[in-house]
Design a protein around this ligand. Structure first.
Ligand code: UTP
Length: 295
């Protein structure tokens, strides 16, 4: 069984769906309840056994890079004031020495191009990719589930979720040869197919375990859907040689790159926090009944 030690976090996207907030705040720093999105992805990766965290960042993402840095002045003040809870909250954002590397994607040419930046750091071992704007509420986390499944099948593995046919044009979609439990063996993968030509309704969600062979494909990529260098196209090209499976994770996924998904995730995570849920539930039910009466 190959231990998956390294994970790539592509965080260089422009976040246009979340303007104007993302004009000056990186999308990955938007707080879901009281933690930035990136924290959820990093926690999920840690739980899955990841030891090396590689961020593919871009200009204007300084707040994201600072988040995992020490904040000596703040920590000293909290220490002096005896604010133990606040100090403990900062612990989550601490990385072991040497565990975090930040790369730059000079131009936002697409997800495939972002992942390609990590070639030298990954070397020749399978690795994970997590898109932090896809937040997956799972127990255990989606990546841990995938690491366990990947140990049995190898190759490239993508997280998948069934979506309504009308929604396929927003996702990469699997062409399925056969299925066994949570694993779908792919015959191919298409990026953003129209509903009438989509080969299935199994959509690819932002978690991947990739064989290092992907880097040769990424180097040869030509622009695909939307004129971007698409990771999906590189994975698809490896179907005959490396093999590609889809893994239907257990859990609830929120597209936190969209405002609707973010609002829903906020409600779901707040309702799950014991210190918030009581008052929040009451607020929501009062609000809903007022709205129903007004309708
Ligand atoms: P998205 O498709 O969500 O694009 O990227 P985006 O630019 O972040 O957001 P919108 O669509 O404009 O609102 C999916 C993932 O790929 C990363 C993003 O940071 C996100 O994690 N990405 C995308 C890059 O790192 N570089 C790119 O060139 C494109």
């Amino acid at each position: 069984m190959t231990h998956i030690r390294k994970a790539v976090f592509p965080v260089a996207g422009m976040g246009t769906r979340f303007l104007p907030a993302t004009k000056s705040v990186p999308k990955e720093m938007l707080p879901l309840v009281d933690r930035p999105l990136i924290q959820y992805a990093v926690d999920e990766a840690r739980e899955a056994g990841i030891e090396q965290f590689i961020f593919v960042s871009a200009a204007g993402k300084g707040a994201l890079e600072d988040y995992f840095d020490t904040a000596a002045a703040l920590e000293n003040r909290l220490e002096a004031a005896g604010k133990k809870d606040a100090l403990a909250a900062l612990e989550r954002a601490r990385m072991p020495e040497g565990a975090l590397t930040i790369l730059r994607q000079a131009n936002p040419l697409g997800l495939g191009h972002a992942v390609r930046q990590a070639r030298q750091l990954i070397g020749n071992e399978p690795f994970a990719v997590l898109l932090p704007d896809d937040v997956i509420k799972g127990q255990p986390g989606a990546l841990k589930q995938m690491v366990q499944a990947h140990a049995k099948v190898g190759g490239h593995m993508v997280a998948t979720m069934d979506v309504p046919r009308a929604a396929t044009s927003a996702y990469g979609v699997l062409d399925i040869a056969s299925e066994s439990g949570r694993i779908a063996y792919a015959r191919g993968m298409v990026e953003k197919p129209r509903a009438d030509v989509a080969p299935s309704t199994k959509a690819v969600i932002g978690r991947y375990i990739l064989d290092a062979a992907i880097f040769d494909r990424l180097s040869a990529l030509r622009p695909g859907a939307g004129g971007e260098l698409q990771l999906t196209d590189a994975i698809n090209a490896d179907v005959p040689t490396v093999g590609v499976t889809g893994f239907s994770f257990e859990g609830e996924r929120f597209d936190c790159g969209s405002v609707q998904g973010f609002v829903q995730a906020t409600a779901a995570y707040a309702l799950d926090r014991p210190e918030l849920s009581g008052a929040f539930e009451m607020f929501l039910s009062n609000r809903l009944s007022r709205q129903q009466m007004a309708a």
